[in-house]
Write a protein that binds this ligand. Structure first.
Ligand code: NI
Length: 254
């Protein structure tokens, strides 16, 4: 049962169209025991459900991403609600705020975020939160809703991470923790409570050292995991066990 897990992977996106079978084989051969497949494009959902149906290591999350929200139609919303109820969908996400790519529609982003939090509450599913250059607004919204979730590919400060943890959130660390100049992220990864920590690839992006610059895939999560074990001076098996407990507590305890 022990191995690594990837709490955030876009493996049904078009970047993997050509060789998804190889990527899945790599997942198995490298003993990646859990992969949360994130569907940001609704067209990815059916493929993800098929994978989850055939192999218990795959879970699915679906959410309307703040970056795409300008083009959403009524049909998109209807499809989203239908998929969100699917039994393989273990979380609503990624959802949230992104002021890096768009800062001219903050109110609309907040509205879409809150709408999906309310849906997650109704369905009794946790949320996977994307927050870029929007930490304070993200915090203000999450403070108002009692719901379980994770801040994915976390990029804020250690002090802020502690505040999210106080609200009950998990913090998920991606490949950039292995980058030389990632001083703040290294601090977060080494100091936050172990029982609130998750790891992820956010593939196809964010590839950890020593594969930085290449397309990312779930098997590379072990480089991030091993790196955090070194930072924290903790045994890999103990760390893996805790990360699996965290994953199950967050996504599978309903
Ligand atoms: Ni993502």
């Amino acid at each position: 049962m022990l191995g690594w897990l990837d709490s955030h992977a876009h493996i049904c996106s078009k970047e993997f169209d050509e060789d998804l079978d190889i990527v899945i084989n790599n997942i198995k051969e490298n003993n990646i025991t859990k992969v949360m497949i994130i569907c940001s494009d609704l067209n990815e959902c059916e493929k993800a459900f098929d994978l989850a149906k055939n192999d218990k290591r795959f879970d699915v999350a679906v959410g309307l991403h703040p970056i795409d929200q300008k083009d959403l139609t009524k049909e998109d919303y209807d499809r989203f609600y239908m998929y969100a109820k699917n039994k393989y969908v273990k979380a609503i996400g990624e959802i949230g705020l992104d002021y890096h790519w768009h800062n001219d529609n903050k109110e609309e982003q907040k509205e879409l975020f809150i709408k999906q939090i309310e849906l997650a509450k109704q369905l009794d599913k946790p949320i996977i939160v994307h927050s870029r250059d929007a930490m304070q607004d993200t915090f203000e919204i999450l403070k108002k809703y009692k719901i379980k979730g994770v801040l994915h590919s976390y990029s804020g400060s250690y002090e802020m991470a502690k505040e999210f943890i106080k609200l009950g959130y998990y913090i998920s660390i991606a490949g950039p923790v292995t980058f030389k100049n990632a001083r703040i992220l290294k601090e977060v990864a080494s100091k936050i409570d172990l029982d609130k920590l998750l790891i992820e690839t956010d593939c196809p992006y964010m590839t950890p050292v020593p594969y930085r610059g290449k397309r990312n895939e779930p098997m590379y999560v072990k480089h991030t995991g091993k790196y955090i074990c070194e930072l924290r001076n903790i045994d890999e098996i103990i760390f893996q066990k805790q990360i699996h407990n965290n994953y199950e507590t967050l996504f599978n305890s309903n």
